[in-house]
Design a protein around this ligand. Structure first.
Ligand SMILES: Cc1ncc(COP(=O)(O)O)c(C=O)c1O
Length: 372
């Protein structure tokens, strides 16, 4: 039996600790942890790149999330759901298949909450992304990108195997997890509705797992069924064809460069019924659109942001917009993750996306600017 005075001393200590914490933090405006900063990303009016299109165009800057991408939303939401169900507790292991961004967000949440994080990453992911995951304390397994999804070497199969072999682990499984879609239904959709004062007429969004586009779309269509959901897919992916025909066409599949966009399988996280249409974009056009955004609007965004802007251009060519349009384009992540790819002149030249002449012109221009 514990003597009463011990209990009393313990309670006094606790009270004094809490009181000194309260005194220390009084009047200080700070978040309790980095995870409190997830969501509520800003919307910015595009001034130049869409100036020739009818209507108003806004970009939703998802890298304002603390992990610098939209994937913070799903990482936090899925982990908190597993905690609430008692599936994980500090010391557990989080396993996932990821092109990089989801991994970064999961690693960030794992560090804060005390989990181990193991990630199976595609060899297509930029070295910047892979280094970032390691810096965040994750264990990274790099898997070949151009193998079938059911090949034992694919990042899907590697993640499944690690999960099966690791006791006390959960597999996030973002491609087939309805909680991915739900995270965007609960956060991204309401934010856009609020930020546009309910005036949004079109949403342009990339589809990878499909969580962003279909979760956001589901919320927006519930508010106003006439809002048009305009999807973005990549050449080399099966998504657009599946949306149009209901058929998985293997002939659509070929290697491409854009990371996080399109798929070689049909993710159940995508609710195709709330998406109106898709366009496909090329690696080159998406890269050039991202570079153009940086040089015109001063917005330094990732590769799929370029894809979304190129898609907006293609939709404009189809005369989808008019002067009453209020268009929101989701820009999923930040340009700093692509310094060795679309923002590297060497990489762009190697891919044949820019030629020596473009480079000479660019260098000359900056030389002129520097001398002024
Ligand atoms: C950079 C980037 N853009 C877009 C997407 C597509 O988002 P979603 O998976 O929600 O369809 C992803 C997904 O991995 C991504 O990493």
């Amino acid at each position: 039996m514990i003597p009463h005075f011990v209990e009393f001393n313990y309670l006094c200590d606790k009270f004094l600790n809490l009181f000194s914490l309260f005194k220390k933090s009084k009047n200080i405006q700070a978040s309790e942890s980095i995870l409190d900063l997830v969501g509520n990303t800003p919307l910015v009016n595009l001034q130049k790149v869409t100036a020739d299109y009818p209507g108003q165009f806004y970009a939703k800057l998802e890298w304002f999330n603390p992990g610098q991408s939209s994937k913070d939303r799903i990482a936090l939401s899925i982990i908190e759901n597993a905690e609430a169900k008692g599936l994980i507790k500090p010391g557990s292991t989080i396993v996932e298949t990821t092109s990089g961004n989801t991994g970064f967000s999961l690693a960030m949440a794992s560090m804060v909450k005390g989990y181990k994080c193991i990630l199976a990453v595609s060899s297509k992911s930029s070295q910047d992304k892979i280094d970032g995951l390691k810096a965040m304390g994750a264990e990274v397994h790099v898997c070949p990108a151009h193998v079938a999804a059911d090949d034992p070497r694919s990042y899907y199969e590697v993640a499944k195997r690690i999960h099966a072999e690791t006791p006390n682990s959960i597999y996030i499984n973002q491609y087939f997890n309805e909680l991915n879609t739900e995270a965007h239904y609960k956060t991204t959709g309401p934010e856009i509705w609020r930020q546009t004062a309910g005036r949004i007429t079109h949403l342009v969004a990339c589809s990878g797992t499909g969580g962003t586009i279909s979760g956001t779309a589901r919320y927006l269509k519930e508010k106003n069924p006439s809002i048009q959901i305009l999807g973005v897919d990549a050449y080399g992916s099966v998504i657009k064809k599946y949306h149009e025909t209901g058929k998985f066409d293997e002939n659509e599949i070929h290697p491409y460069r854009i990371e996080g966009l399109g798929k070689n399988l049909i993710p159940s996280a995508t609710d195709f019924s709330v998406i109106d249409t898709f366009v496909k974009v090329t690696d080159k056009d998406a890269a050039l659109a991202a570079r153009n955004l940086a040089r015109t609007e001063g917005i330094f965004a990732g590769y799929t942001a370029g894809a979304a802007l190129r898609a907006t251009e293609l939709y404009n060519d189809q005369n989808i917009f008019d002067e009453n349009s209020v268009v929101v384009i989701i820009l999923p992540d930040h340009g700093s993750r692509y310094l060795s790819k679309i923002y590297s002149e060497k990489w762009m030249t190697e891919q044949g996306f820019i030629d020596a002449e473009d480079l000479v012109q660019t260098s000359d221009k900056s030389a002129v600017t520097n001398s002024q």
